[in-house]
Design a protein around this ligand. Structure first.
Ligand code: ATP
Ligand code: MG
Length: 461
């Protein structure tokens, strides 16, 4: 499939680079060897090669080959073909999936929209479908950044570089492949988010010609399906560098495209706390990720969207709407408007709104309500959220302290704290059937269960 016009790559032999097979997943190696033994070219490519060369542990290993997806399927029994936009083979080894992609040619040249016979399709310069197979050189040049276009050849263990990625890797530079930077962003505007993500993840600087057009091209994100942006947002904010990513996204005007209502609030904030609140929330999330703790999308989105919810809630209260209705309405409005930009799946949107709806309920400390709240499946998340609000100076820290003490208190002290004991005669014969009557630690366990389920992702529909 090699074309005559292919450029000559820089080939670095095994003795002159740092990639060792002992750092590559056994399953990825199996895939590479099996393809090679079946007579195909097979390379490790993308983030795996980049991270190995940087001495980082790769998140996953992707394989590129000259075998078509159907030919790949013939080599592996444990294999499934997926994807429309990019047709790929997934080879399964228990929980590990090795993605095997056939070399692809570049899409239709920029400026020419349409569908050709082989299945490439573009619209307004944006790639919609991309199933034209090509040579390894073509495959390299249609990738996003030069450092993501390095190949590790299983045939001789060399590293193959068609785009100058090795030099950029040494320089700590993110550079889009090709001269027409704007066209590359137009083909796939998500590359703008990827630029920010890799700059944060790798500590690289974005090459000036790739950085300069970001604010002007940011509105192109409006053309990307909102569901895809949800995935990208999670990659940006749940990988341990969310605060840094947030600052960069705001700097380039990309955050405003993802979260317009939140951005507008932050841009014209009168008090410091909305910014402090989001920054602290993201910083907490980063620390949890780095400590290996679970993080869940509902909390992240609750943090990012809180300021518009809070402002709308206050306005509705001022207009005379009762507090519970005001919160329900504000939550619904903000969440619905957000769906057009970054689509939050229902299974995450519901708990997100619950975290918000519990906030005014946490202000009501009299009677039996606080006990009932302790048993609410979203209590722990709502309490963490309240702590953040207190830290940011939005609510009186005394309220957060009260809830901290209330959880730790014994039943007698709890009754005193809420005044609940005064109104009722103690029950003698029946044990309290209220499951929420347990200790604070029981409450935490329930929440830990919830977080585990939510962190498990897709299952908790
Ligand atoms: P990581 O997995 O660490 O987040 P990665 O570079 O492996 O980083 P993936 O999203 O897994 O990123 O993509 C694998 C490879 O596919 C990339 O390295 C790049 O070569 C190519 N690629 C991914 N997304 C795009 C895109 N939007 N445009 C062009 N090439 C892309
Ligand atoms: Mg990857």
């Amino acid at each position: 499939m090699s074309s005559t016009a292919d450029p000559e790559p820089l080939i670095v032999p095994r003795a002159e680079h740092s990639i060792s097979r002992s750092n590559i997943s056994q399953n990825a190696l199996k895939v590479l060897y099996r393809l090679r033994d079946a007579g195909h070219a097979a390379y490790l490519v993308g983030g795996g090669v980049r991270d190995l060369l940087l001495g980082h542990e790769p998140k996953d290993f992707d394989v590129a080959t000259d075998a078509t997806p159907e030919e790949v399927r013939q080599v592996f029994r444990n294999c499934r073909l997926i994807g429309r936009r990019f047709r790929l083979a997934h080879v399964f080894f228990g929980p590990e999936i090795i993605e095997v992609a056939t070399f692809r040619a570049s899409a239709i040249p920029a400026g020419q929209d349409g569908t050709d016979d082989d299945g490439a399709r573009t619209e307004n310069g944006m790639i919609l479908r991309d199933n034209v197979y090509g040579s390894i050189a073509e495959d390299a040049l249609r990738r996003d950044f030069t450092v993501n276009a390095l190949y590790y050849n299983i045939a001789d263990f060399s590293v193959v570089d068609y785009a100058g990625g090795l030099e950029d890797l040494k320089a700590g530079r993110l550079r889009l492949i090709g001269d027409d930077v704007e066209a590359r962003y137009r083909e796939d505007p998500v590359r703008m988010l990827r630029a920010v993500r890799f700059a944060c993840k790798l500590g690289f600087m974005i090459d000036a010609p790739c950085e300069t057009p970001l604010p002007e091209l940011a509105p192109l994100l409006g053309e990307v399906p909102a569901a895809r942006l949800f995935e990208e947002v999670l990659k940006l904010f749940h990988a341990g560098y969310g605060l840094h990513a947030f600052e960069k996204l705001r700097h380039y005007g990309l955050f405003a495209q993802l979260f317009p209502a939140a951005d507008a609030c932050l841009a014209r904030q009168e008090h410091e706390f909305p910014m402090v609140f989001v920054s602290r929330g993201l910083d907490n999330t980063d620390r949890r990720v780095l400590d290996g703790k679970s993080v869940v999308p509902p909390f992240l989105f609750a943090v990012l969207l809180w300021e518009p919810v809070r402002l709308r809630y206050e306005a509705l209260l001022d207009g005379g709407t009762p507090w519970a209705d005001a919160m329900a309405l504000a939550s619904h409005e903000v969440a619905s408007a957000q769906q057009r930009h970054v689509a939050i799946p229902k299974r995450f949107g519901m708990p997100m709104r619950e975290i918000w709806s519990l906030q005014p309920r946490l202000e009501r400390r009299q009677g039996r309500r606080p006990m009932a709240l302790l048993g609410h499946p979203r209590f722990r998340a709502a309490y963490d959220f309240l702590l953040l609000r207190a830290e940011a100076g939005e609510v009186d820290p005394e309220l957060a302290d009260w809830w901290t003490k209330f959880q730790d208190a014994n039943p007698g002290d709890r009754a005193k704290m809420t005044g609940a004991g005064k109104r009722r005669r103690p029950r003698r014969r029946r044990k309290p059937k209220d499951a929420a009557g347990g200790s604070g630690s029981e409450g935490s366990e329930r929440v830990a269960g919830l977080q585990g389920r939510a962190a498990g992702g897709d299952g908790d529909g």
